[in-house]
Each structure stands twice: as C-alpha cells, then as structure tokens.
Design a protein. Structure first.
Length: 155
C-alpha cells in the first residue's frame, strides 16, 4: 500500500476549511524550494506567511493577489556596481523567484513588512455576517394555554 504525502498541500495553502476543495484546487508546487517560508496561525482568524528573502530590498519584491491566490515575485536589478563584484564564495542566493499560495474563501491580505531579511505577509479571514454561526433562541409555549385543534361538535 502506498502512503500519500500530503505535506505539499499543507505548505501552500492558508485558511482552508474544506479538505476536498483543497485537493481540487491544488496545483503541484515546483521542485524549487527557494525561498524558504513558514505559514503560521497567529490568532483564530489571522495568519502570517514569513519568507526568508535575504539580500532583497522592498523594491525588489512584488506581491500580487488575484482571486483566491497570492503571488510573491522577487528579482534583483543588475546595476553596474554589482556586476563588477568578484565573489570568492557566494552562499547568499539572490536569484529571481516566484512563489504562489492558494488562499481559502474570505482570506484577505492585510499587509506586508520586510524586516531583517524576512518578508512577513499578514492575512485575515473575515467571514460575511451571513456565513457566521449564529445562535437560535429556543421559544417555549406556556403550559396553561390550551390549543383547540378541532371545533367541538354543536348540539
């Protein structure tokens, strides 16, 4: 029997409540694992995607949302001073990248920050009032009242 590795599903989605829609909507991730990232739940309806983008500035990164997906693209501009640098060892990857994440319904991007080489993207799930759970009051009739089901036969 083969074991299914579902970890790619968990790594590239945020806020999904329905597992089967996740299976239908998921496209295979590319083999490239750059840049590394974390997805964390910061509250009941808040999430954060953190990507390690050392060497990139905020001008080098573009974040776009479209329908139920978010795309993060990064690319270094090649200026004349960077082309003249000679590396003895190059361990910091500054190659271009594109990473896509599928978002669940009603998940919206609230903001993004770049701090100490980490890109933080904050997400919030806001359900419309019609989709939120609500309490239904249970009514009771008093036992003193009698209801007439049928009229009494007239003499």
């Amino acid at each position: 029997m083969q074991n299914l590795d579902l970890s790619p599903f968990y790594r590239s989605t945020v806020g999904f409540d329905r597992f089967f829609s996740l299976l239908d909507d998921h496209s295979p991730q590319e083999a490239n694992a750059f840049p590394p990232y974390n997805i964390e739940r910061t509250g009941d309806d808040t999430y954060r995607i953190t990507m390690a983008v050392a060497g990139f500035s905020s001008d080098d990164i573009v974040i776009e949302t479209k329908e139920n997906s978010i795309s993060v693209k990064g690319g270094k501009s090649t200026s004349g001073t960077e082309q003249k640098r000679e590396f003895l060892h190059r361990g910091i990857a500054e190659r271009s990248f594109e990473r896509r994440f599928q978002l669940a319904d009603h998940v919206e991007v609230r903001g993004a920050d770049l701090e100490n080489g980490l890109l933080h993207i904050d997400l919030t799930r806001e359900l419309p009032e019609s989709k939120r759970p609500r309490k239904i009051a249970i009514g009771s009739t008093s036992s003193n009242e009698t209801k007439t089901i049928e009229n009494e036969a007239k003499n």
